[in-house]
Design a protein around this ligand. Structure first.
Ligand code: URA
Length: 203
């Protein structure tokens, strides 16, 4: 698929998301936050859900966590948000930033799955527990799964701490940085040979 075709399919899907009223979050949102970045990205980042700033701007990761994400991408990975694609599990903000419910995740998940199918990145970086669980089905916490490369059909999932973790708990800042260092290493030396599906763990 060409870049233009990917962009057009994403735009079409974004229009469907903008009109979505499949769950109650549509009643509370200011704007749908579909996703942004390059349709041809090698790396897709998936966060949890839009927060206050994202809901107003209609763009993912534009608040404090987004600033940190930008900084870590630039300083450690040597890329910018224009080089990647950024989205969330939920496309609408949960009231008061509460956790997404299982129903909201299941209702919204088809948008995320289709975004990934259209972009076909090499790696999907899941930021935090909700994104990791949604895309891998793994129940272990992010503290156990972070930096383990998990194969998902013909691409990899790379769970990482959510950058917001470092904002809430300063003692996690170094760990958040380590995850971006590991991502840099992964991108510099991508696994060349597809592992067997049974080899789900770190390799
Ligand atoms: N946190 C998220 O998970 N997503 C955003 O878009 C912003 C903050």
């Amino acid at each position: 698929m060409t870049l233009d075709e990917k962009a057009e399919l994403l735009a079409e899907l974004g229009r469907a998301a903008a009109a979505c009223t499949a769950c109650d979050l549509s009643e509370h949102r200011t704007r749908v936050v579909f996703g942004s970045g390059s349709p041809g990205a090698r790396v897709v980042f998936v966060g949890e859900a839009p927060g206050y700033n994202e809901d107003i701007r209609g763009e993912p990761f534009v608040g404090a966590a987004g600033k940190l994400l930008d900084e870590l991408l630039r300083e450690i990975v040597g890329i910018t948000r224009e080089d990647v694609y950024i989205c969330n599990v939920l496309k609408c903000r949960p009231p008061d930033n509460r956790d997404p419910t299982a129903h909201e995740i299941e209702t919204c998940k088809p948008f995320l799955v289709k975004q990934i199918e259209i972009i076909r990145p090499d790696v999907v970086c899941t930021l935090g527990n909700f994104a990791t669980r949604t895309l891998t089905g793994r129940r272990e916490g992010i503290g156990r799964l972070r930096r383990k490369t998990i194969r998902l059909e013909d691409r990899y999932v790379f769970p990482m701490f959510h950058p917001a973790a470092a904002l809430h708990r300063g003692d996690l800042y170094d760990d958040v940085r380590k995850d971006f260092e590991a991502l840099k290493q992964f991108l510099d030396e991508p696994p060349g040979i597809e592992p067997e599906p049974s080899q789900m763990e770190l390799f």
